[in-house]
Ligand binder design. Structure first.
Ligand code: ARG
Length: 608
């Protein structure tokens, strides 16, 4: 179903062209901020009048004279310096809502006409370290972006750029040998039975020895060189085992968070190890990489340090080791040429901004972002060349209640697992207080949905570019823009339908009567209009990669439902009103459920 706003945009733009003889006019239809001025407003007349050096109000009159919107809107009103205000007709709202109702899977939201192949690089935990709160945002914001883009009809390729190839492996391997040497047979790989439930402790022990014991340190460095030069056998086996163990625990977290990542999406730094030398050679060959103080560097234009000196991207150190940036360059080349990415989205915190800006600049200099496609996907000549788009989606930090980055009392990063367990524990208390009568199993299920949902929703509902203060009390509150409020709103609507037989209402029979909606009360109209704007919220959230547009929409929906339900009885209404009101309940519940579970990955429960 084409969104109303898009239909209005098309028709009014055409009327503007018609009235002025100018091609490519843009009506710039926007939702009205104040309902007193109608539902939508046309902003594009003023700039058009300016271009034509004519009076904007007069121009608006001429445009309105060419315009027939009588099937959608009341008579357009010209306001202020040249706005056109539009108010939707109840009949057209009713008709569209019936269409939405028929579209059970997509709730009237169209797929995009132009589907793209989009790589989303997110989460990217580091091996041998536990995921901490810093990985929360990348993981869940990235997941939401994937869900939104997939729902829009794009082909999304998830890439978990795991940090699995750093120098830390030398010391881990060394420790592994010392600890389990007797169990590691020279001949075969038998490390797989050694489970490392707390990789972090293991990591810390290795780091301690590395810093205090010179023999350990030199042995470790030797292992790095051997591993990175491609030695197979035991060394490789231990490395693989440490990676597998870490990712096993990460996967548990992904499942707990309801994040759509599996090991299939894992494409860590090590994946690119054999491409790094080639990247350096290519950049040298193209005359872009030069030697500077023994290291190989590229100096992209426009990047300067504090002294105004050109800033390098170092791609190979003087000891010939490759760097984080080298791997990212290899990854770009691979994603553009092998994965055929038309867009690559990176979700990391804002501190990596400079890194990505510079890496993107180098990739552009190298010419890798050139990709040839046509509508039918054939290779073509140069004039159809299209650039792959890079997007760096950044986010602010999670802060403690003291306004500083969230840390444990001893000053360490807060482990994600501990944070989520605590959220579920606290949610259990809330459920216990609210619904003591429910069976224990059900209470547990609700506590899980509410606890995990609360952490995710709080993150999503804050604008991603700002820092936010992590507060269990706020995120678990039953009032305000929180997960439990939204989950409760959903469960409450479901309970209305559950109670219908008690009130002598046969819901199926009522639904069957539904051929025409009667939207008379302003609360009904208000709710109905908001339901029709779901696609606008999704489009805005996907376009700016901002989940909070979606949470805002859902929160407003729940509030509008609340006003409707207070003013318009559903089960004890005059019988001609019941079918419409049941449909409003039904669609509100479906929309909340869709938004939370399909797009945000937050569970709903039927009863709370
Ligand atoms: N492992 C990195 C970190 O923990 C994140 C990886 C981001 N992706 C990338 N292509 N560099 O900061």
């Amino acid at each position: 179903m084409k969104p109303v706003i898009a239909i209005l945009e098309d028709r009014i733009s055409a009327a503007m062209a018609d009235a002025t003889g100018k091609k490519d006019c843009a009506a710039q239809v926007k939702p009205s901020k104040d309902p007193r001025f109608g539902d939508y407003q046309v902003n594009g007349v003023m700039s058009l009048a300016k271009q034509l050096k004519t009076n904007p109000r007069k121009l608006a009159e001429q445009i309105v004279a060419k315009l027939d919107l009588s099937d959608i809107c009341e008579e357009p009103e010209i306001a202020g310096p040249g706005f056109i205000n539009l108010r939707l007709k109840p009949e057209s709202i009713a008709k569209n809502l019936l269409e939405v109702n028929k579209d059970t899977n997509r709730l009237g939201v169209e797929e995009t006409g132009k589907s793209k192949t989009i790589v989303v690089d997110f989460s990217g935990p580091n091996i041998a370290k536990q995921m901490h709160v810093g990985h929360l945002r990348s993981t869940i914001i990235g997941d939401c972006i994937c869900r939104l883009l997939e729902f829009e009809g794009h082909k999304v390729i998830r890439q978990n750029h795991v940090g699995d190839w750093g120098t830390q492996f030398g010391m881990l391997i060394c420790l592994f040998y010392r600890k389990y040497g007797d169990r590691i047979k020279k001949s075969g790989i038998i490390v797989s039975d050694i489970s490392i439930p707390n990789m972090e402790v293991f990591y810390k022990e290795a780091k301690g020895l590395y810093d205090s014991d010179p023999d350990f340190a030199s042995e470790s460095r030797d292992y790095v060189v051997r591993l990175q030069s491609g030695e197979k056998g035991m060394l490789w086996g231990i490395w693989r085992h440490v990676c597998d163990q870490t990712m096993y625990f990460c996967q548990e977290l992904y499942n707990l968070l309801g994040v759509s990542l599996t090991r299939k999406s894992e494409c860590g730094e090590s994946f690119y190890k054999n491409m790094l030398a080639g990247v350096v050679e290519e950049l040298k060959g193209k005359g872009l990489a030069v030697e500077s103080d023994g290291a190989v560097c590229v100096f992209p234009e426009g990047f300067k340090d504090k002294e105004g000196e050109p800033l390098p991207v170092i791609i190979q150190k003087s000891d010939s080791a490759f760097l984080y940036a080298t791997t990212d360059l290899a990854a770009i080349r691979y994603r553009v040429s092998e994965l055929k990415a038309e867009k690559i989205i990176y979700v990391t915190d804002a501190r990596q901004q400079l890194h990505f800006d510079m890496v993107f600049a180098v990739a552009e200099m190298a010419g890798w972002d050139i990709k040839q496609t046509t509508d039918d996907g054939r290779q073509t000549t140069d004039d159809k060349k299209q650039k792959t788009e890079f997007v760096h989606v950044t986010f602010g930090s999670v802060m403690g209640e003291n306004g500083k980055p969230l840390k444990t009392r001893s000053g360490e990063n807060v482990k994600l697992k501990e944070l989520l367990d605590e959220a579920v524990k606290r949610a259990k208390k809330v459920v216990e207080e609210k619904s003591p009568e429910l069976p224990g199993k059900q209470k547990e299920k609700i506590a899980n949905a509410v606890g995990i949902g609360a952490v995710k929703y709080a993150d999503y509902s804050n604008s991603r570019t700002s820092d936010y203060i992590f507060s269990f009390d706020k995120m678990l509150a039953m009032e305000g823009n929180t997960a439990p409020y939204m989950q409760y709103a959903y469960a409450r609507i479901k309970s209305i339908v559950r109670k219908a037989p008690e009130k002598g209402v046969d819901v199926d029979k009522e639904r069957a009567k539904l051929d025409k909606l009667i939207l008379a009360e302003s609360a009904e109209l208000d709710l109905a209009k908001h339901l029709l704007r779901y696609s606008e919220a999704i489009e805005a959230a996907a376009a700016d990669y901002k989940p909070n547009y979606l949470t805002n929409y859902l929160y407003e929906l729940a509030q509008k439902f609340s006003v409707f339900y207070t003013n318009c009885p559903v089960l004890v209404a005059d019988s001609d009103k019941t079918p419409t009101r049941l449909l409003l309940c039904d669609l509100t519940a479906k929309t909340i459920k869709h938004g939370l579970s399909v797009l945000l990955g937050i569970e709903v429960v039927e009863q709370m």
